[in-house]
Design a protein around this ligand. Sequence first.
Ligand SMILES: NC(=O)c1ccc[n+]([C@@H]2O[C@H](COP(=O)([O-])OP(=O)(O)OC[C@H]3O[C@@H](n4cnc5c(N)ncnc54)[C@H](O)[C@@H]3O)[C@@H](O)[C@H]2O)c1
Length: 311
Amino acid sequence: MKVVQIGVGGWGKNHARILSQIGVLTAICDVDSNKAKEVGTKYSVNHYSSLDLLLESEKFDAAIVCTPTSTHFSIATNLLQQKKNVFVEKPMTYLSHEGEHLRNVAHKNKVVLTCGYVERFNPAVGLVKEYVKSKRFGELIMLEFHRENRMPLHIKDVGIIYDTSVHDIDTAMWLFDDTPEVVFARSGKIRHDHEDFATIVLGFKDNKIAIISSNWITPTRIRKFEAVCGDAIISSDFISQEVKIITENGIEIPKKEIEEPLLLEIKNFLAACEGKEELLVKPEQAVNTTKIAEAALLSSQKGTPIYLDLK
Ligand SMILES: NC(=O)c1ccc[n+]([C@@H]2O[C@H](COP(=O)([O-])OP(=O)(O)OC[C@H]3O[C@@H](n4cnc5c(N)ncnc54)[C@H](O)[C@@H]3O)[C@@H](O)[C@H]2O)c1
């Protein structure tokens, strides 16, 4: 397979490294020609400063789009119309109806479209998903997520809900294997142009709940969650990938390998493009996450819960 990397800023550099490591990196594109040249030279591939130039000059099967959120829709539309398989970083689009359009174009052109909800590939989340599915520690009742980080001032187009909380919105739906019926949120801003702290409550059927708390106010980097099940509380750290199970009998820390979630995510995308594996993050799921982010913003503006009817 031949894969191009579009956007090689802070996060896109990681995609380029992994694509090169797998042996499929074909070209780099970034509107910042210095960055395009630096990464293109590092991995000995062609580099371009515009998508049009790249499309005119390169033959390829798939593209990874890792540019600011506000640019995802136009770049991905262009690529899907050229019948390329596309991986778009999260959130798939700023507006949910744009995401629905991308999904329809991908479907019509029979190409793969996915979105970078990388925590699904985090081995810690994978283990908790196994426990929840098998009900080894009883029914999953409640999820609590906590993320904090220093202010990412380079992110100009979205606030913390679209940038950060979306990871936990996706993980909550993945672990409950369901979509929420209602969203209630409070958010505000201290130093960023958009909201820089938010708490989102997602209400699922049978009074199941996810509480998502995110802030860009502290200098610390924390990414954790707790899954409250009928017979245990499972706590997990997205960064260290440690999982801790607390039951009446004590604390258990299962042993497992640390793996790079982004590598697993890119491998799943490439295998899905070749028809070898089922795609884990489906476009309609990414659209639902954007709909919930929209509802969370609206809820925090109106001060009321927003009821949803997601499929
Ligand atoms: N999955 C994750 O864990 C994760 C982590 C970080 C960022 N992200 C996502 O990745 C995307 C990029 O974030 P970042 O932190 O790397 O941002 P960044 O600002 O560091 O990098 C964005 C890059 O895109 C380039 N760019 C802008 N417009 C372009 C265009 N039209 N064509 C080609 N290149 C263009 C910029 O020059 C820049 O180099 C965002 O969607 C973000 O939400 C995902």
